[in-house]
Design a protein. Sequence first.
Length: 703
Amino acid sequence: MKLKRHISVIAGLLIAQIAFADTGDAVSGITGFLGRLHPMILHLPIGAILLVFFLDVAGRVKKTYPKEIVRKGLAFSSFFAILAAVFGYFLSLEGGYEEKTLNLHLYTGILTALLITVLFLMSLSESSAVKRSFFPCFVLTLIAITVAGHYGSVLTHGSDFLTEHLQSKPEPDKVATVDSLHYFNDIVYPILDNKCISCHNPEKKKGDLSLKTMSEILKGGENGKVISAGDSKESMLVNVLHLPLEDDHHMPPKGKKQVTEEEAYLLSYWIDHGADFNNKVVAYQKNDTINKLLEAYVVEEEVEPEEADLADIRELMDNGFRVQKIVADKSFLSVKYLPKKIDKNAMRLLENVAEQVKELDLGGSDFNDDLGTYLEAFKNVRFLKLDNTLITDRVLVHLEEISKLKILNLHNTEVSEKGLSLLLEKLQPEKVYVWNTKMDDKALAMIAKSSNVELISGVFEGFNEDATLNPPEFNSNKSVFLDTVQVKLSSQVRNVQFYYTTDGSDPDSDSEPMPETLLIEEPLIFKAKAFKNDWLPSPVVTREYFKVKYVVEDFQLEKEPNKKYPGSGKLFDLVEGTTSFSDGKWAGFEGDDMVAEITLGEAKELENITISCLEDVSSWIFFPKSISVYTKDENGNYTKLSEQETSRRGDIMEDKKQRFSLNFPKTAIKNLKIVVNNYGKLPKWHDGAGSDAWLFIDEVLIW
């Protein structure tokens, strides 16, 4: 009975507020505070009534009706439904809402609260007639709460919030040039729609202002007009954007998505030039700043080429190229050449997929002027890396027709001021990386001033931050050794000093300076870093040097590697491969496990086995599913020494190599069996789902 008294009190409050409140009065402090609680409170009865309906239906079906739970759930729902209606009424007193929609939401909300209360009272009755009417009344209540919720969403998000994604919208026109843009429709309105209209629309007129249509913008709000054509400084639409964020009049309010400086500039430019709702950009007198900002609103119609031939991609990967799709279901490719030496044959192979290549990285190779003519075929390239190559100005001539080029890296090449200036007369990429070239400070400053291109360089102070040194390069990839190994470092930048550590810490300029040759006799983690005056230090390079106890000479494989990547001896030659499976140092198994029987002759004490594997998901190469190590006694019986399972989560596409180490108690062993289990069939999310995965191994290490 207490619950009924509580509900009666709140219902009385609701009726009193609706009957006697004067909507013309200012909203009081406590009333305004309670009104702002409406969005939080209203979710409680919605969730509760839906749960009670589920319990009601389930109880009827299972013939075990939870009468007491339903009754308490309805009491809870009724209490908070009435509270939500009261708080909603308080919120409505703030104004700024379209009256017809507000009234529909208010009265359907009150109806919902009353219906839930009726349901609660019906649940207390034992009358058979009341019980028969209970379920139809419950359905009616759910309909009422749905209608009330819909009108609430209209007030908050606009009239098409519910049906927006069900409506077929015409595709926006493709605008390929800045001058073709319609300034209001293509630039101003999208800014308003994204940042302002959610609070200033016909259904929710905060400050009695709607920015939905031209007439409403010109009309203004309760504080007068919001734009003053020809003078953005006198226009409220712009002024409120520049108020401090904490200011109550700042728009959009704190916590909402803010208008950027660039967007504010575009709005001001529109107002200063007459706030015309019909003109295209071509009618305006423009400057470099506005041209650059407007480019972001140009929609380039990109024609996607057909998929590249799989045979061509395979041939590229077999010849040192890493080929990956930029987006899984698109045909555009990202291509990187991995070896140092590159020739005309490699470029001819690359031409076969020229139409699909969007990102091309030839950096660090011997690419030179004689190969430059091949670049003319890559019309769709947006990102081109030619850094650390042998090119001069002669190559730049072949880039002039690549109109879609956005990023160009010329770092550490023989390109000069003359070549770059001529290129930028024909082409306007967004960024060009030019440090460590033949251009001096003055030349770069002049080029930067005369073009819209951002030049990234560490050559002179005030232009950009200092250049960063590339990581040190090792003289050899050898990291596995039996006795000793020699380490040398080099850099393509002259007069660089290297510092190193072997204790696992990152080196700095107080660490040990690197000698010309460092002799390593024990296993360790080697880290090095390059330093030079007026340059930022390089990233740290890390290499783990691995000393083995035994070199395997007598072994037999259950199945030989695939003929495309042959050579069982690669498993035990102490020569590790790179992250490129086509570097000639990996043995590849297509769909097969690697099972090796090893004979050590005399018994030798072992306690560790390490397997070095590769993963390149886009090339169908996966890490093994598991690895097992067995010893075989004189009777041919096998005993498992150790086993390790690997696992992967999701469609991780990073290329990487990894050592898997299995440890076991020190054991005297003559005969050893190692089983590396192939991943099996490619998973459903992979492009080659259902096909055999590849297993790549370059070293089996015993220590």
